[in-house]
Structure formats: C-alpha cells, structure tokens
Design a protein around this ligand. Structure first.
Ligand code: MN
Length: 727
C-alpha cells in the first residue's frame, strides 16, 4: 500500500514539529530563521482566530508544514509562515525585507496581491484571466506553490465556514488552483484539492464514493497485496527489481470517469491504481513487456508519456490490464526521478538538495523548466506549450476596488482610464499606482493597483495619442479631438461669413432668412448652416465662393478687395491650412501633424542632436536636446518622442564661442574659414580676456549637426584657437 503525500489539517502541529521534519531532509537548515519567522508570525497574528476557533497561527504552521512535505527551500517555508502577515496584520513588506530577506518579502507581496483579487466564478473567461494573471504576477513560481499550500489548508478546514462560502471557495479552487497545480505538475496537491472540491461541491457523490471505496476495506487490501505480489514475482523472474505500490484512485478521478462514461460507481472497474518504480527508462519498457506478457492488456489503454511527456513534464508508462480475479487494474511504470516529478512537479526545482548553499541564486524559472526537460527530445513542443499556457497576452491590473482589467503590453494609466469609462479618460489628469503618483506615460505592470485622478477642467490633447496603446483609447481621444476641431471650425466659419456679409452691408442673420441662403447651401451640398460653417472653417470652401452664389448682394466699390483679403485670411487660419504649414516642421512629433513645435532656447537643438519633446502647458511642444538639464526628470510624463524631419531643410542658428590667443587678424581669419565652407555668419561678438586672450561668439547658420562639426573642426585648425564650444 502507498499513500499520496498527506496534507491534512494538523491541529497540534507546532514549530518544533516543523523543525524536526525540516531536519529530516535538510539537516543544516537555518533553524534559527525558521524559529524567527514563527515568532514573528505568532506575534503578528496574536489574538486572531480561524473560523474553527483555533488560534490563527495554526494556519501558517500548516502551510509551512505542507511546504516542508514538498521539501521546499527555506525562502518558501519562511514565506509560508509569514504569508498572511502583510494582508491581515498590517506588517509592511519593508519590515519583512529588513527582518528576513528581499526574496522572502517578494514572495509574501506576491501572495498578498493574489489574495486581493476579486474573482467572479460565473465567467469562464474571467477564470482564464485569473489564472494567467496569477502566473504573470508571480514571476517567481514559488509564490504559486506557497499559494497552493495556503489554499490546500483553507480547503482542509472549509467545514468551519458557512455553506455559501464553502461552495464559492471550492468552485474557485476547482476553476483556478486545480488547473494551476496540474499545469505545474504538482499532482499530489492537485489530487488532494480535487477531492476536497468534490467533497464540498457534491457532498452526496463524495460521501457515496468514500463509503464504497472504503467498504470491504480488508478485502480490498488483500486484493491489492495479491496484485503487488503477482507483479513482483513476474518481474523477479526476469531479475527486475522494482518498488510496487497500489491503492484506490482518488475520488475525483473516479468521479470524472463516471461522468465521462456516463456510468455509476459499480460500473467503474478500474478503481485501483498500481505503480511500478524502477531505476531507469530501459527498465520501464522491460517492466511493461513483462506485465503485458503475464496479464492481458486492455487494447487502447496503453499510453507512453516517457516518449511524449505531458506538458507539465509528467513522464510515465500507463497501461490497464486484466488482473487476478478478472479485475481491471491500472498500472503506471516509471523511474524514481519521474515519480518525484509526478508528485511535486515544478516544486522539485526549489527542493533543498544536498550540498546546495542556502540562498543560492537560481536561474529564472523558465530557464529551469527548460533545463528540467533537457533530456527529453521534444523540447520545442514543451516550450511552446509552456509559452502558450503561461505567457499572457497583456498586463493585468487592479481597480482600487479589486476588479481586474486586462490591458495590452505597454499600456499606460490613460489606457486604463479609457478602459474604465470614456469620461474618466477625457478627464484624467494623473494616476496613483499602488498609492504612488506616476506620470501618465508610466508603463503599467501586472499586479499594479491603478487609481485614476480626474479633474473637470481636463480635456484630451493631441499628445495623448502617443501615450496610449489601446485602440479604444486612441479612438476616444481622436473622437474628442475631432469634435473640438468641428466646434472650432464651426466658430471660425461663422465668424468669417459674418465678416463677409458685413462687407456687403448686410448680416449673416439677414441673409439666412432669405431663400437664397438655403439654395446656396444646396449648391454646396451641405445639410444646414452649421455644416456650411464647418466646411468654410475647415478651409474646404472660401467665403468668396459662397458669396458668389448669392446674386442679390449689392457690391460696394471696394468689396472685391475686402473679400479677397478675407479669403486669404481664412486660408491662413483654417485647420487645413494649419496642417499643411506644419508639415514643414523641422521636427516630427510621433504621428501628429498639426502641433505647435518650437526649439527650446536653452539648448537650441539642431538636426542631428538627440532630442526630446516637452509638452508645454499651452498644448504646444518644445524641443530640447536629450541632454538639456532644463528637462525636469521628475516630470518625465510630459516628455514626448520627437524626430527630426529629414525632408525639411532649414538653416538653424547656432552660437559658438571661440577662445583664442589674442593675435591681430584672428577674427578675420576665423570668419573667412567659416564662410569658405558655405556657412553664413549672422553676427560676431568679440571680447578681450586677461592674459592676452580673446573670446568670440559667432552666430552661424547650419543645416545640421554634421555641418556644425565641420565648422568647429575648421576653427580648431587655427593654431591660435584654444577652445571651441557650442553655447
Ligand atoms: Mn492564508
């Protein structure tokens, strides 16, 4: 007979038991640290009770106990003892880091975050999101292992909470934690959780199965022994030494078979499972051959998970045979190593191993999973599966009330704000991430709690378009900007027409009352006056064109001139015109074409300089050199990506200071060499310095940085020159 690892609630478990059990596999563990964590947790939880009425500390002790059974490392065990102190006792992660270590604090923080998630069981997709999020948040998979141990103990003591809560937690466990345990290959935990879920979700079925499986126990035990002896005997005939074990399957797997085959318990014959553990892979196949030749195999039931391991690394040979007394029995054949993996999955990676220094840094877990599987051939398939399963498509963040939102990678608080509501987006002025103010450009990370700050005076601006990742946010911002543009155009168009009609000694209002206005609108195919204003304001039509379609207007002598003037004024101020002229900017601002851009005076960037845009309070953008110390690094949210427009050619004024030894004719010599390469000097300022030195400041015009370099090189070529600097 063999038992799975038993994680049952141990109400008398204490710190000395933990030490003793730890010592059994990890003799030189840091027992003082274990004791310290226990004392810390006990003090923090003092006065708190479990639903069972027991002191709270029994919970973390049991969680640590489970982790010790999984033979995990010190970080995990200590984190297990401390796992609820941040959430339930107001201890800060900083305190844990100070008292224990950074790694331990990180595991506890990860656990605290997971526990804050509000989970809606109804929605399948939410379950999937949740699972992905847990993985995304827990870059250190030990967080999930400790979480599983935590959940296991909560499930073990679920009888103490009310029925509603029992069902809710059991459902959540089945939806989330069972698949996680399965994916991570921690089958001992998975099986236990499944049975506990069955017990609370379908108590009738659970207790009927329990009764039937335990019924005729001695008879069954005798039968199990008979099968084991039979297998051992056959193996020994071929001198194959093996550990052979047998037991009833766990309830949930029987239940699943009943559901899958649509039959009752009585019709499920293969309720017993046997394991044959051998030393190597060759012996696995040899053992299979021996078993198949001594007991009749059931066709179609043989599975070779050694050649093709499951994605969670599970390896074993499975077969079902007709055993003694014509009972179907399932047999799994595997090596000792495979058996360990089957029981504890990825947890095996953090197992204490002899000779391993405590706190030794390990490669990240993906790497570990890779190495873990390096002796199997289908590595690529395995990695692909790990990736599709564990890599998540986006970031998962919380609202302040604990709701989960999935956003794209690189999403910012603005994306989040628009995901909540368009108005929240439009009015967003800033955000707090995990309680700290961040710039709007901040890149959200999974697990962040995002609080959006709004102001009724806020409106979206063009530069926001470069700060958002989601198409929803982009389209909402564009929508808003279009509306603003429409409104502005409408105003402008109306204003222009009013002026135009005044030229003719009448007013827009008066003309609107005549049938001619409506007729003219028809001719321009606009639906109404508003549309007309917008068309004129946008520059699509000039006021002159419109006026020409109204024959009754009496022209005064200079009307033509005035209208022409008005027309050219309109052309300059309409948005079409604005866009056109700004295409000629020296700098391109990330996809936007009609922003006010100007060069900062402090650093006066020229093409070729690395630059950064800085959003000024009045909507425009100032371009600084990337190294300019006037850019406030604390205000990074107002920076925007800008690039030099390579098609734009323009001479940029630059000042250079030249210090020389004072010699007659030097100014003229330098000036000549500058103009000799076709560079214009706008002005030159000369000053005498002590020690017979001179200082000149030239304002020159250059195309770009490389031209400037040419100039400075030229000047440095004069042997009187001491230094040349850009100012
Ligand atoms: Mn807990």
């Amino acid at each position: 007979m063999y038992q799975r690892l038993d994680f049952s609630h141990e109400r008398d478990l204490n710190i000395d038991d933990l030490s003793r059990r730890l010592e059994a596999y990890y003799p030189d563990a840091d027992f003082a640290l274990l004791k310290k964590a226990y004392t810390f947790a006990e003090k923090a939880h003092s006065g708190q009770k479990r639903s069972s009425g027991e002191d709270y500390i029994i919970h973390p002790i049991n969680v640590a106990g489970t982790l010790i059974k999984l033979k995990l490392d010190m970080d995990s065990i200590v984190a297990g003892l401390l796992h609820d102190v941040v959430e339930d006792c107001g201890v800060t992660p900083e305190e844990i880091e100070k008292e224990f270590s950074h790694n331990i604090a990180q595991i506890v923080v990860g656990l605290t975050k997971i526990s804050k998630i509000k989970f809606k069981t109804k929605e399948e997709s939410q379950a999937e999101n949740f699972r992905k999020m847990v993985v995304a948040m827990a870059k250190d998979l030990r967080v999930i292992i400790v979480k599983l141990a935590d959940r296991m103990h909560n499930m073990r003591t679920l009888q103490y909470v009310n029925e509603d809560k029992q069902k809710k937690i059991a459902k959540e466990t089945l939806d989330i934690y069972v698949p996680l345990a399965s994916r991570l290959g921690i089958n001992s935990v998975k099986a236990e959780l499944e049975d506990l879920c069955l017990r609370f979700l379908h108590p009738d079925i659970y207790y009927r199965l329990a009764e039937k499986v335990t019924m005729k126990k001695s008879e069954r035990d005798n039968y199990i022994k008979e099968v084991i002896d039979h297998i051992q005997e056959k193996l020994l005939e071929y001198s194959l030494k093996a550990d052979v074990k047998g037991r009833p399957k766990h309830f949930f797997s029987i239940y699943k078979k009943m559901i899958a085959r649509g039959v009752d318990f009585e019709q499920i014959q293969d309720v017993l499972a046997f394991r044959v553990i051998v030393n190597n892979i060759t012996e696995c196949y040899k053992g299979l051959g021996i078993i198949h030749s001594s007991m009749t195999p059931i066709p179609g039931r043989f599975k070779d998970y050694i050649a093709i391991p499951k994605v969670n690394n599970y390896q074993s040979l499975h077969t079902t045979v007709i055993g003694p007394k014509a009972n179907r029995i399932e047999i799994q054949i595997r090596t000792h190593d495979m058996d360990e993996v089957a029981e504890t999955g990825v947890a095996a990676h953090w197992k204490y191993k002899e000779g391993m220094a405590s706190g030794e840094t390990r490669p990240d877990w993906v790497q570990e999973l890779l190495e873990f599987n390096q002796n199997v051939e289908n590595n690529n398939e395995f990695m692909a599966a790990v990736k599709s399963d564990l890599d998540v498509g986006g970031v998962f963040v919380f609202t302040p009330t604990g709701d989960v939102r999935e956003l794209r990678y690189g999403a910012t608080p603005l994306d989040f704000a628009y995901a909540v509501h368009t108005e929240v987006g439009n009015k967003c002025v800033g955000a707090k991430i995990n309680g700290k103010m961040v710039p709007l450009k901040y890149t959200l990370k999974s697990g962040d709690t995002v609080e959006i700050l709004t102001s009724k005076n806020q409106t979206p601006s063009k530069d926001w378009l470069s700060m958002v990742k989601s198409s929803r946010a982009k389209s909402k911002i564009k929508q808003y900007l279009l509306k603003i543009e429409r409104d502005e155009n409408k105003e402008l168009g109306k204003e222009v027409l009013e002026k135009a009609f005044r030229v003719f000694g009448t007013s827009l209002k008066a003309v609107q009352k005549t049938g001619e206005f409506a007729k003219a609108c028809e001719e321009f195919s606009v639906a109404n006056a508003e549309d007309l204003f917008i068309q004129i304001g946008s520059g699509k039509y000039g006021p002159k064109e419109f006026i020409n379609t109204i024959p009754s207007l009496k022209k005064e002598e200079d009307a033509d001139d005035k209208i022409d003037e008005l027309d050219s004024y309109t052309k300059k101020v309409t948005s079409t015109a604005r866009k056109k002229s700004n295409k000629d900017n020296a700098v391109i601002v990330d996809g936007m074409d009609d922003l006010m851009v100007r060069m900062a005076r402090c650093c006066n960037p020229i093409p070729g300089d690395p630059i950064v845009g800085y959003i000024t309070r009045g909507r425009g953008i100032t371009v600084h050199t990337a190294t300019c110390d006037r850019i406030d690094s604390g205000d990074i949210g107002r920076n925007i990506d800008v690039n030099w427009n390579t098609e734009f050619s323009f001479k940029h004024p630059v000042n250079i200071r030249v210090i020389t030894h004072d010699k007659p004719g030097i100014l003229s010599n330098i000036s000549k060499s500058i103009t000799s390469i076709g560079v214009n000097i706008r002005s030159a300022l000369a000053k005498s310095l002590p020690d017979r030195k001179g200082s000149f400041i030239f304002e020159i015009e250059v195309k770009d940085y490389s031209e400037l370099l040419k100039v400075t090189g030229m000047i440095e070529g004069h042997e009187e020159v001491i230094s040349v600097t850009r100012v």
